[in-house]
Write a protein that binds this ligand. Structure first.
Ligand code: T3D
Length: 264
């Protein structure tokens, strides 16, 4: 019997699409899917020709979080601290640390860790029919995969706490109106628009975008003074890239810039 890989890797011109591929379980995570996604993200990180990543799901859902069929307790409680440490936490850190933009195309329901993995990405677009659910409370758990970090920062404490405590779904349009995601897109246009976004990012100043990402990653924990110092240091690095020189030249010559994405 042929078993489909739990992550589909589709290499395009300058970017890669990674598809969570366990549609019968709404792409819920098991150990194999974690390992394959980690491998694919590491490959994207080390491939200089890859300048953007698109993450999406196969079938009618984006991701239903942890596969709960792996958590039926026959021999006493599973150590969920250990599973977070081994799988979800490294995944969120990988996405945030990747020196390339990560676009998330939420094609359907995103529940539990599935929602928070989406929020860890740089630009999140969602099908109008998609829903985001902090499903953890329904099974007695705490939002993980960065949920308690991203949610209050994106939508404020009142909404974040209520979503976490009630586990109520938020539709894509509401999510966009609240600033939880970039935008909601008609279902039949989602993939084409997400592909176009990734393809566009793949032609942009990749190192500059990596520095933007570094600045925003640090911003949440910094004072204004520290952030101003960080912006100074990152701008110094950005100003030394050939893409900056090309950007200025292209502007002065009134033409479209040809960015290489390189760090020097
Ligand atoms: O464990 C650790 O390591 C700690 C980390 C935890 C991270 C977490 O993510 S904990 C939260 C886990 N996720 C959930 O609690 C969500 C569970 N799923 C749902 O609540 C619902 O499925 C949805 C609201 C996401 C979607 O509902 P609906 O009605 O559209 O679909 P459905 O019929 O419930 O699901 C379709 C199928 O997918 C169904 O299988 P079947 O009956 O057709 O054979 C369902 O059992 C399966 N499925 C959905 N979510 C999961 C799942 N199977 C295993 N695990 C799931 N999480």
């Amino acid at each position: 019997m042929r078993v489909d890989p739990s992550i589909l890797v589709d290499r395009r011109e300058g970017w890669v699409a990674l598809t969570l591929n366990r549609p019968d379980r709404l792409n819920a995570f098991n150990t194999d899917m974690h390992a394959r996604l980690a491998e694919a993200l590491d490959a994207a990180a080390s491939d200089e020709s890859c300048r953007a990543v698109l993450l999406t799901g196969a079938g009618r859902g984006f991701c239903a979080g942890q596969d709960l069929s792996d958590r039926m307790q026959s021999d006493g409680p599973v150590d969920l601290g250990a599973t977070l440490e081994a799988t979800y936490n490294p995944l969120i850190r990988r996405i945030r640390a990747l020196r390339k933009p990560v676009v998330c195309a939420v094609n359907g329901v995103a529940a539990g860790a599935g929602a928070n993995i989406a929020f860890a990405c740089d630009i999140v677009v969602a099908a109008r029919s998609a829903r985001f659910i902090q499903a953890f409370v329904k099974i007695g758990l705490v939002p993980d995969s960065g949920g308690t970090f991203f949610l209050p920062r994106l939508i404020g404490d009142a909404r974040a706490r209520t979503l976490a405590m009630l586990g109520e779904p938020v539709g894509a349009e509401q999510a966009a109106a609240w600033g939880l995601i970039w935008k909601a897109i008609d279902d039949d246009r989602l993939r084409a628009e997400a592909d176009a976004l990734a393809a566009h990012l793949a032609t942009q100043p990749t190192e500059g975008i990596a520095l933007i990402k570094e600045a925003f990653n640090a911003s949440a924990g910094n004072t204004l003074d520290t952030q101003l110092d960080l912006e100074r240091d990152l701008q110094q690095r950005a100003g030394r890239t050939s893409d900056y020189a090309e950007g200025v030249r292209a502007f002065m010559e009134k033409r479209v810039p040809r960015f290489t994405g390189r760090s020097s």
